[in-house]
Design a protein around this ligand. Structure first.
Ligand SMILES: [Zn+2]
Length: 411
């Protein structure tokens, strides 16, 4: 492995530092792509520190297209790359945008070699290697945009570890070993553990007998629905992480990352960092859906259903966009330009916080100050607020309170 130690040479925040953890706290390896067609550890570090105000680069390792590996943080460093799961994950970023590019052999091999080494170093299993999208809360995120089942299967081939079978097992599989997928018909101690866990969380899965029958299936489906993850009644990596996450519900929430996709091209980054919204089952929900509903005149319930889809189509038709009912980067940009009665009024004190405050009110302030309207109250926005306050001759604190708000909007 060609590992280049960059732990002491990358951009770092002047005053902020990441917290540290013990190695035993690490339970997962997170695979990312950079979502940029090119880039480097240096560029990502600069972006994360200078633009996002993070203590340092988000990733522990960056793997170049040529297979060279850049070591950015000790494993003990809790950097930002998977939001609430930062505390337990090590982040590996492969340079590239695999929505449009293909992961080449040199890069894939290097990433897998590194992953395999980390698995043994941290005493993890291949099933603990997850794509960013497989972590709780990220099912919408096209990262790393490589097939993670293939990635894991190749790891199995590389390490000679025996994969758990996804096929229904006629015999009871005893022991602590967890299979990659559990579904109807499976029997074993891992099914029993699953039933115990579901019951513990209040999703009655029938008798705890180690047999994945209709009641267990039903419990899994109800859990998946409530966890807002893919509902298929099958326990795979995503569901397993969600089950474990539910266990950690009482823990202090880790520092969430406003976004973890570094991009040297700001404009591309901003449209890409917005979630793609469309009508699917289960319906997508969130404040971004509400924003779309407000701006298209749909009923504001935060659920992207058929009515919202129709309103989006109408909006797209009016703005001469591709009429597909899907809110992607182009439609987002058009929505961002919508002004008027849909604008939020003064709702709350806005200031630079960690994680960044976000919302339509932030976006409105940004538009008024002529900075990039990404809806995140970061250092650039704060600086613009200070400049504005200075020019208005009011208290210069970088905080948008009622006074600054009324100066901005004459409200
Ligand atoms: Zn990612």
């Amino acid at each position: 492995m060609n590992i280049i130690d960059k732990r002491n040479s990358l951009a770092r925040h002047r005053s902020r530092t990441y917290r540290r953890r013990s190695r035993s706290a690490i339970t997962n390896i997170a695979i990312h792509h950079s979502a940029t067609t090119s880039g480097s550890a240096e560029a990502f570090a600069r972006y994360h520190v200078n633009e996002l105000g993070w203590p340092g680069i988000g990733y522990h390792y960056v793997v170049d297209k040529d297979g060279s590996i850049h070591w950015c943080h000790d494993l003990e460093v809790v950097s930002y790359h998977v939001g609430n799961s930062n505390g337990r994950a090590v982040g590996i970023c492969m340079v590239g945008d695999f929505r449009s590019q293909t992961l080449g052999d040199a890069q894939r091999n290097a990433a897998q070699e590194l992953t395999a080494w980390l698995i043994s170093e941290l005493n993890l299993s291949i099933d603990d290697v997850l794509g960013h999208i497989e972590f709780p809360g990220y099912s919408w995120k096209p990262c790393p945009s490589v097939n993670m089942n293939t990635f894991r299967r190749q790891l199995y081939n590389r390490t000679g570890e025996t994969p758990g079978t996804a096929l229904p097992s006629p015999t009871y599989v005893a022991g602590a070993r967890q299979r990659t997928f559990l579904s109807r018909g499976d029997q074993g101690d891992d099914v029993r553990a699953l039933q115990e866990r579901l019951t513990e969380l209040g999703f009655d899965a029938g008798p705890i007998d180690g047999i994945f029958g209709p009641l267990t299936y039903d419990g899994v489906v109800r859990f998946q629905r409530s966890a807002n993850i893919g509902v298929d009644g099958i326990v795979g990596p995503e569901t397993r992480v969600a089950l474990r996450d539910a266990e950690a519900r009482e823990e202090v929430i880790e520092h969430g990352s406003p976004t973890d996709e570094p991009n040297e091209m700001e404009e591309v980054h901003l449209s890409e960092s917005r979630r793609l919204l469309r009508y699917i089952q289960p319906m997508m929900r969130g404040s971004d859906v509400q924003e779309v509903q407000r701006k298209t005149g749909a009923m504001v319930d935060g659920l992207f259903g058929p009515e919202t889809e129709q309103r989006v189509r109408d909006f797209q038709r009016r703005h001469r966009l591709t009429v597909d009912g899907i809110v992607g980067p182009q439609t987002w940009r058009a929505l961002d330009r919508v002004n008027g009665s849909t604008q939020p009024g003064y709702e709350r004190l806005l200031s630079l916080q960690s994680p960044f405050m976000r919302g339509d009110d932030v976006r409105r302030v940004q538009r008024a100050l002529n900075v990039t309207a990404d809806g995140l109250y970061g250092p650039v926005t704060e600086r613009a607020v200070r400049n504005f306050q200075r020019s208005e001759g009011i208290t210069v604190d970088g905080i948008v309170g009622p006074q600054t708000w009324s100066r901005l909007f004459n409200e």
